[in-house]
Design a protein around this ligand. Structure first.
Ligand code: HEM
Length: 212
């Protein structure tokens, strides 16, 4: 019951950025450069949701709130949803589906190449988020594949760092949060190695992973 209500609240909250954009869009509130506003908002929310997804496991372990695993998949899928909107804004509103122009851009502008790679890496994660995919792959393989989220997060931060010209504070803040999350993983991994065979750290079972 608690999980269901929490998921409903998170679902509604995750739609707020899109709702705000739609509201502004229909009320002339997107300013002189609406494409820029949409690109920035969807890009920001993609990164925020990727970092949120990555922080769920540490939070779950540190607070012993094990039910948190039940919301990870939903948050991850929302990260993909905003990444897709971000990409769609680029290919549709910015480039008008001009494939030649897009390929040129992807090859020429470093930050686009990196952003595009980050997006491509998210696709297999979203595609294998179902209970069926987890069963087919097996828990271990599924977990191995889903480590791609770290690569996506790193590339997402680099994408942001490379695209801003002057004030790098915001991408650096995201980078700092990501560094803490990565450091946490390294520490847990090192501790698990040391205590291997004695007290393994509880990892979510495939059954737990499909709860969301
Ligand atoms: C997981 C994938 C991605 C993440 C996390 C991401 C994240 C971001 C972020 C945080 C921003 C800056 C937002 C701001 O200024 O507040 C941004 C801007 C942008 N992104 Fe992405 N992005 C991703 C993928 C892509 C892809 C696939 C493309 C296009 C092929 C793309 C094109 C752009 C463009 C054109 C901008 C605006 C650049 C400018 O203002 O000059 N991004 N992105």
């Amino acid at each position: 019951m608690k999980l269901r209500v929490t998921k409903l609240i998170i679902f509604a909250a995750a739609l707020i950025p899109l709702g705000r954009l739609a509201w502004k869009g229909f009320h002339d509130g997107l300013g002189a450069n609406p494409i820029e506003v949409i690109t920035h908002s969807t890009g920001d929310w993609t990164l925020i949701l990727i970092l949120t997804t990555l922080s769920i496991t540490p939070l779950r372990r540190l607070t012993r709130q094990y039910w948190l695993i039940g919301i990870r998949r939903m948050v991850g899928l929302f990260a993909f949803f905003y990444a897709f909107l971000h990409f769609l804004t680029y290919i549709w509103l910015d480039k008008f589906f001009d494939l030649h122009e897009m390929l040129k851009d992807i090859a020429k502008r470093k930050f686009i190449t990196v952003g595009f790679t980050a997006f491509v890496l998210l696709i297999p994660l979203a595609a294998t988020s179902t209970a069926w995919a987890i069963r087919r792959l097996g828990g271990k393989n599924w977990q191995r594949l889903h480590r791609l989220i770290y690569a996506t997060a790193i590339l997402g931060v680099i994408h942001y760092l490379w695209l801003v010209k002057a004030d790098k504070r915001k991408p650096l803040e995201y980078g700092a949060i990501l560094s803490v999350l990565l450091l946490y993983r390294v520490v847990v991994w090192a501790m698990e190695k040391r205590t291997q065979g004695r007290t393994p750290v509880a990892a979510p079972s495939p059954a737990e992973m499909t709860k969301a």
